[in-house]
Ligand binder design. Structure first.
Ligand code: 5RP
Length: 220
């Protein structure tokens, strides 16, 4: 079974959590793109979506799904998003798509965070497969790099790239993530850091994990 099929399976399972006529929070990434496609095909669709990226907004609008601001729709019942890594406590690393800052805002404003992944995203320890994305205000670049290095990280800038917020993204290798909550808070305390890809304080409530054998629902 290929990854596209697994994405479709987990995205379809997430539809179970969507109430027709409701406003839902929508994340970003390739798995969410499939979810948006299925959302657009629901017979009794949603009233609107609160989006976490320009790409997801565009995808929703192209399918006739209204996109509204978080200010108009708070609090949200459900937020659906993918992840890059999921640990046994349903803590996540996100941000390979550089949308983690807005994703964290919409997730925080939602009662339930439904995370849609395939089994390749499940890890024993956060940071075991990928570096940690950190979003940084451009004028703070040199200062933030210095502080990331002081924390034991090796930041690699995404060259020629700006996020939807007009900011830089560093993929930070080598950080000690054995206490991910302290690292999430500590990184965000660096002046110039907008947010980082650790979702620990607002972790997933439900992980829908697709494998060839089916979709497993993981909760704590
Ligand atoms: C974007 C994200 C995505 O949710 C994450 O990268 C997973 O993406 P995909 O479903 O394409 O693997 O955090 O900022």
């Amino acid at each position: 079974m290929d990854q596209d099929e697994l994405k479709r399976m987990t995205a379809a399972a997430a539809l179970e959590y969507v109430k027709p006529g409701s406003v839902i929070g929508v994340g970003s990434g390739t798995t969410v793109a499939v979810f948006i496609e299925l959302l657009g095909a629901m017979p009794e669709g949603v009233r609107a979506g609160v989006s976490s990226s320009e790409a997801s907004s565009e995808a929703m609008r192209s399918l006739g799904i209204d996109v509204v601001t978080l200010d108009r729709a708070r609090p949200l019942d459900v937020y659906v998003d993918g992840a890059d890594e999921v640990d046994p406590q349903l803590r996540l690393i996100k941000g390979r798509g550089a949308a983690h800052t807005r994703e964290k805002v919409v997730a925080a404003a939602s009662d339930r965070f439904i995370c849609i992944v395939d089994e390749s995203k499940i890890v024993d320890r956060l940071g075991s497969k990928m570096p940690l994305p950190v979003e940084c205000v451009p004028m703070a670049e040199a200062y933030v790099v210095e502080r990331l290095v002081a924390l034991g990280g090796r930041p690699v800038k995404r060259e020629g790239f700006l996020s939807d917020n007009g900011c830089l993204i560093f993929d930070v290798h080598g950080l000690d993530l054995s206490d991910p909550e302290s690292m999430e808070v500590g990184l965000n305390a660096i002046p110039g850091v907008l947010d980082n890809g650790l979702f620990v304080r607002r972790r997933a409530d439900v992980v829908l994990c697709a494998a060839a054998s089916g979709v497993r629902t993981i909760t704590l």
